[in-house]
Design a protein around this ligand. Structure first.
Ligand SMILES: *Cc1c(COP(=O)(O)O)cnc(C)c1O
Length: 368
């Protein structure tokens, strides 16, 4: 099997020591396993820097989308409306979830490379008293756009609506002040910036709002309150848990601590991202997002103007040399994406920039 590093933001490249944790088949019913679950929950609250009287954590089987779906279908009461802000595929996925569950919603669509206008958000809430929730994505992994959750959170707080944030690809990889941003439900997953493997999502929740949602869930397996109620007794998951992923996640948290916590990890990601953007811009790949809105996780680049350019050819060329990049996710303009999270260091970014450069030279895409 050929190995390569993933320049894709989740699943991402994990350390060997995280992978080694999965060589154990762990039982789920004994106290030791339950204490691992409890330890993970308390570590997550610690990483989130929230008050454990006010906030709590729920782990939920499945990928990140299961966590988002769990929140969106468990929290609103019947008839309450969710206001979705969408400027990418993950915002659109929230809309799909609400559509499936027949939960009333309103969407404010923005261009994929634009921030949401706070005045528009305010106006829509003012005009529609049925709106009880704002839901949005923090780092839109579709493009790499970093959405301003602070100003929207402050509107949510002023208007007394619950604020739901998909921080899937940012939590653990950058500082998020949950209380200052007035976030009531934050969703992330095991295989993003904490650098674990895929298997579950987790939700950091305002405890009172979670308790108040009892009985609202539309789904049995994704019932957020029931999952929490069971887990909060002694750390037992309601249904079979992804044991290998849980053990790997505990190790990943330990390694996040060793690295120096979220601040140091965030510095590494930002440094990676800056090197990447500079390196590829120099080769003539223009960034899709303006640098002021660019998050430190993933970057979208336009194809070069050269008509001969073939993405598949470049993808294979890079993969043969040990790295995997991502196709773009925009419908209107041809782009590709490069992530820089996971066990990726400045040496990797330098390598990848050289590989891009030699591809461009070999294919004579470089203008003389
Ligand atoms: C990864 C990701 C998700 C979840 O996707 P899954 O494929 O279900 O893990 C949701 N939102 C964002 C912003 C993401 O980056």
């Amino acid at each position: 099997m050929n190995t390569y590093k993933l320049l894709t933001p989740g699943p991402l490249t994990t350390s060997d020591s995280v992978k080694e944790e999965m060589l154990v088949d762990h039982c789920t019913w004994d106290d030791e396993y339950k204490s691992i679950t409890r330890e993970i929950c308390s570590e997550l609250l610690d990483i989130a820097e929230v008050d454990s009287q006010e906030y709590t954590v729920v782990l939920m089987q499945g990928s990140g989308t299961f966590g988002v779906e769990s929140v969106l279908t468990s929290i609103p009461k019947e008839g309450e409306k969710v206001f979705v802000l969408s400027n990418g595929a993950y915002g659109e996925r929230m809309v799909e979830i609400l559509e499936h569950a027949k939960i009333p919603y309103h969407v404010y669509y923005e261009e994929y490379n634009h921030q949401f206008e706070p005045v528009t958000v305010e106006r829509i809430i003012d005009e529609d008293p049925a709106i009880q929730y704002i839901a949005m994505v923090h780092n839109e992994t579709t493009t790499g756009m970093l959405n301003d959750i602070k100003s929207i959170g402050s509107i949510a707080n002023d208007c007394n609506v619950t604020f739901i944030v998909d921080a899937m690809s940012s939590f653990g990889g950058m500082k998020i002040n949950i209380e200052e941003c007035h976030i009531d439900f934050l969703i992330s997953s095991s295989n993003k910036c904490i650098q674990g493997v895929p298997g579950f999502s987790f939700i950091i929740a305002d405890k009172q709002k979670l308790i108040d949602s009892e009985g609202n869930a539309r789904s049995l397996s994704l019932d957020l309150f029931d999952q929490w109620k069971q887990m909060s007794v002694d750390g037992k998951w309601r249904f079979t848990s992804p044991t290998h992923a849980v053990l790997a996640f505990r190790k990943a948290i330990e390694e996040l601590r060793k690295e120096g916590g979220v601040v140091q990890r965030s510095n590494r990601y930002q440094h990676n991202n800056l090197l990447l953007v500079k390196g590829l811009n120099k080769l003539g790949f223009k960034s899709y997002i303006e640098y002021k809105d660019q998050g430190p996780i993933i970057t979208t680049f336009y194809y070069p103007e050269d008509k001969q350019f073939n993405f598949k050819e470049m993808y294979d060329y890079i993969k043969e040399r040990g790295y995997v990049i991502y196709p773009g996710k925009l419908t209107d303009v041809p782009t590709f994406r490069v992530g820089n999270i996971g066990e990726i260091y400045p040496e990797d970014i330098e390598n990848i920039c050289h590989i891009f450069a030699s591809f461009m030279e070999e294919k004579e895409h470089v203008k003389n």
